[in-house]
Write a protein that binds this ligand. Structure first.
Ligand code: PEP
Ligand code: MN
Length: 263
């Protein structure tokens, strides 16, 4: 179902009044984790100013260490809903538990399934039972075949509103957090009909090469970019090293828009 049939049109995924896929490219931005109302409002105001309509923010955080911040849970999702209402935004947040699909329906607009859960088949099935848009991230060392079949789990349950995100894969390289597999973009665009985004923050793990990586992704045919933004990255409770501050975010948006690659 996910593979493109001859002549098949691109799927456009809709969340409220925002369309992802199709003629326009979409910027998705927001903090790694939802931390507080103040934090989220500061980011939301910055998104609004930049004309960005889709805000991300994790409330259930899949952290490598059990001692690291695990997210605000339902309280964080509620914050997303309140702030999105105030600023007219569409929200994305990661869901890690099949039993939490109802929470997603209550509070957010788009479900994220993270890299670590790309092959959590019960979670994929549960997302397939909802009628919410789902952004599915490529697993840390997932092949294209595995990625596409993970999406198939969702679509085969009747939910065709799936967006694929390349977020870097694990290689021997240490100067970036992961290795951005730019070839994933044209391959997925060619072999599937789903929107394809690139998460430049998690793929690189650094802030200084986001603009060229975003440009490369768009030039390769990506339908949009995901980037992490925090009002004060130094004190962020997760991914402090890779989140842009609000000024850097504005420059990032300007540079990407000026490239002419964002339609
Ligand atoms: C995230 O986007 O918050 C995240 C944890 O990313 P990934 O699943 O790609 O590591
Ligand atoms: Mn993060």
């Amino acid at each position: 179902l996910v593979r493109r049939k001859r002549g098949q049109e691109d799927t456009v995924v809709r969340a409220k009044d925002v369309a992802i896929g199709g003629p326009a490219q979409t910027l998705i931005a927001g903090p790694c984790s939802v931390e507080s109302y103040e934090q989220l409002r500061a980011v939301a105001a910055s998104l609004k100013e930049a004309g960005v309509r889709v805000m991300r923010g994790g409330a259930f955080k899949p952290r490598t260490s059990p001692y690291d911040f695990q997210g605000l849970g339902e309280e964080g999702l509620a914050m997303l809903k309140t702030v999105a209402g105030e600023f007219g935004l569409v929200t994305i947040s990661e869901i890690v538990n099949p039993a939490h699909m109802e929470l997603a329906e209550k509070y957010i607009d788009i479900i994220q399934i993270g890299a670590r859960n790309m092959q959590n088949f019960e979670l994929l099935k549960a997302a397939g039972e909802t009628r919410m848009p789902v952004v599915l991230k490529r697993g840390i060392s997932a092949t294209m075949e595995e990625f596409v079949l993970a999406a198939e789990y969702i679509v085969s349950r009747g939910n065709g509103q799936v967006i694929l995100i390349e977020r870097g894969i694990r290689t021997y390289e240490k100067w970036t957090r992961n290795t951005l597999d730019i070839s994933a973009v044209p391959i997925l665009k060619q072999e599937t009909h789903l929107p394809v985004l690139v998460d430049v923050s998690h793929s690189t793990g650094r802030k200084d090469i986001l603009v060229p990586c975003a440009k490369a992704a768009l030039a390769a045919g990506a339908d949009g970019i995901m980037v992490e933004v925090h009002p004060d990255p130094q004190v962020a409770l997760s991914d402090a090293d890779q989140q842009l501050d609000l000024g850097q975010f504005r420059s990032f948006c300007d540079a990407v828009k000026q490239s002419g690659l964002l339609k």
